[in-house]
Design a protein around this ligand. Structure first.
Ligand SMILES: NC(=O)c1ccc[n+]([C@@H]2O[C@H](COP(=O)([O-])OP(=O)(O)OC[C@H]3O[C@@H](n4cnc5c(N)ncnc54)[C@H](O)[C@@H]3O)[C@@H](O)[C@H]2O)c1
Length: 338
């Protein structure tokens, strides 16, 4: 007998990642969809062969549903993920874990009370390039990491979200809360923590709303650009930039500068991982490209989540790690200490 799973929130991330990856998973028998816009749940049910329900309680109270993906907008994560956990479901929550640290702590408390698994979709860790880079760093093939630079930018979420409009919740303070820092920046902060096996402890940042306007033509209430300098617990220093106003190709690159060379990820057009060593050697890896808004490939996140349930293992991306990352993002925005 396969597993039954639920998805809350049937917008873009459910359509492009969770739906297809659950459908492709051999252990998953049925996907049950809920969205406050019932027609969106029905659309995904017909696309992925599951069924739609009219209320979220139907997911919570169905004993056959053992796991739930929370793909709602950021403002609802602490409600749905908390309730799903307290109703005995394993939860895969989309990033950011919540709109602020206080709400994230509620989810973590529910996870502890329930004893169920909580995984957070910081999917960048799982790409082949980032996995390979992690190995190289762990084995100190290029010596110790000294500095880093990372960026994530594209033309903005108004062309990605299901609504395809400047009225998108991504632009609303009370619903997205963290703007581009919570949308794209949080991926890179998590990635740096993961790759370097380290934690960012000091932040100096600028954030601004430079270009995006809402449905009334007014400047949006959340930041569309961030530039920051970061220092880690182990003393590494680096910089990061996050943007919704890169009006060309998406940039998702990270460069790690080590004692004996440089590792460039998603920086070269043909070689997603490229190493330049101190003595002049260039090593090019032809690994799979990262998912972009235009080019969706499997992230491996659902596979890892289902594996952690089936084999009763800790998920590879935990609620505690996501909380640590969220604290850095809050510090980037409010200027207070991490
Ligand atoms: N991991 C990633 O790379 C990645 C990429 C994009 C988005 N996300 C995250 O996924 C989440 C969803 O983003 P999206 O791009 O799918 O947005 P979206 O606007 O396309 O879809 C959100 C869906 O959730 C539904 N929804 C929102 N609030 C709800 C509520 N209170 N009750 C019921 N349904 C509700 C909406 O009706 C909509 O259908 C966000 O947290 C976002 O940050 C993650």
């Amino acid at each position: 007998m396969g597993l039954k799973v639920g998805i809350i929130g049937c917008g873009s991330i459910a359509r492009f990642r969770h739906g297809p990856e659950y459908k492709a998973n051999p252990h998953v028998e049925e996907i049950v969809f809920y969205d406050r816009h019932l027609e969106r749940a029905k659309t995904l049910a017909s696309l992925f062969g599951g069924r739609a329900v009219e209320t979220v309680e139907e997911l919570y109270h169905d004993p056959k549903i053992i796991a739930i993906s929370d793909c709602s907008s950021n403002d609802a994560h602490h409600i749905y993920s908390t309730n799903a956990l307290l109703n005995g479901k394993h939860v895969l929550c989309e990033k950011p874990l919540a709109i602020n640290v206080e709400c994230a702590e509620k989810i973590l408390a529910a996870q502890k009370r329930s004893g169920k698994k909580l995984m957070v979709d910081h999917n960048q860790r799982l790409t082949k390039v980032h996995q390979k880079a992690k190995q190289i760093i762990e084995k100190k093939e290029l010596g110790d990491v000294l500095t880093f630079t990372t960026t994530f930018g594209h033309k903005g979420p108004e062309s990605w979200g299901v609504e395809k409009s400047n009225a998108t919740w991504f632009f609303k303070k009370e619903r997205s809360s963290l703007g581009v820092a919570g949308d794209l920046g949080i991926h890179k902060i998590d990635l740096i923590h993961y790759l370097l096996d380290d934690v960012i402890e000091e932040v100096k940042a600028f954030h601004a709303t430079l270009d995006k306007t809402d449905e009334n033509g007014k400047r949006i209430e959340v930041c569309d650009n961030v530039v920051c300098a970061l220092k880690t617990r182990k003393g590494r220093i680096g910089n990061a930039s996050f943007s919704w106003t890169y009006y060309g190709f998406e940039d998702n690159s990270t460069i790690i500068y080590c004692q004996n060379g440089i590792m460039k990820m998603y920086d070269h057009p043909h070689f997603p991982l490229l190493i330049e060593t101190k003595d002049g050697e260039v090593i090019k890896y032809e690994l799979e490209s990262i998912q972009t808004n235009e080019n969706q490939t499997s992230t491996g996140v659902i596979e890892a989540f289902i594996d952690s349930i089936m084999n009763d293992k800790e998920p590879p991306i935990t609620g505690e790690q996501a909380l640590t990352t969220l604290k850095v993002v809050e510090s980037i925005l409010d200027g207070k200490h991490v």
